[in-house]
Design a protein around this ligand. Structure first.
Ligand code: FES
Ligand code: FES
Length: 186
């Protein structure tokens, strides 16, 4: 032992911090006392029982956990839930609204048979919904023509779709049909 620290008591771990946090999830408010270390994905799956978003890598690399926060797609495994107080969260379970009819993206994935095991599918669908909004708002991607007018909607061709969904990994390789499904909704 370092002589400088001899005789001192071992440092106790810092107390866990928790805060009341209100999230609006699929249109319903939920107030929970949230451990500051809890990520949105675990909160959705374990605290709210919404198991649509999947844990693939838990490192922001696979996209299986994709949900929408205030309409923008996010990797929910990377976001601390406490930082989202007051935000609107939409998961794959909430895309269809009242549930009477599937969201057009869900319908297109079914019609195109755009999955095999389905593990990546909720993330793919939420991501694709986010892509439509991003392109409509004029957000460029890596393959968008740099000469395109700024702020104008970006046309979603096949290359744009593939690029924008490149953060969503499919172990089954259903990529061609996923792109077909997204094209159907454009
Ligand atoms: S589980 Fe979040 S990106 Fe893989
Ligand atoms: S359908 Fe199996 S991982 Fe994509």
């Amino acid at each position: 032992m370092d002589s400088q620290h001899e005789g001192t008591a071992p440092a106790s771990p810092p107390p866990t911090s928790r805060s009341d946090t209100t999230l609006r999830v699929n249109g319903k408010p939920h107030t929970l006392t949230v451990d500051h270390r809890r990520v949105l994905l675990d909160l959705l799956r374990e605290d709210l029982g919404l198991a649509g978003a999947k844990k693939g890598c838990d490192h922001g690399q696979c996209g299986a956990c994709t949900v929408l926060v205030d309409g923008r797609r996010v990797n929910s495994c990377l976001l601390f839930a406490v930082a989202l107080d007051g935000c609107e969260i939409t998961t794959v379970e909430g895309l269809a609204g009242d549930g009477e009819e599937l969201h057009p993206m869900q319908r297109a994935f079914l019609d195109r048979d755009a999955f095999q095991c389905g593990y990546c599918t909720p993330g793919q669908i939420c991501s694709a919904v986010g892509v439509l909004a991003e392109a409509a708002a004029g957000h460029p991607s890596h393959v968008t023509d740099p000469q395109a007018p700024s702020g104008e909607p970006v046309p979603l061709g096949r290359e744009e779709i593939r690029e924008r969904l490149s953060g969503n990994i499919c172990r089954c390789g259903a990529y061609p049909r996923i792109a077909d499904a997204v094209e159907d909704v454009i």
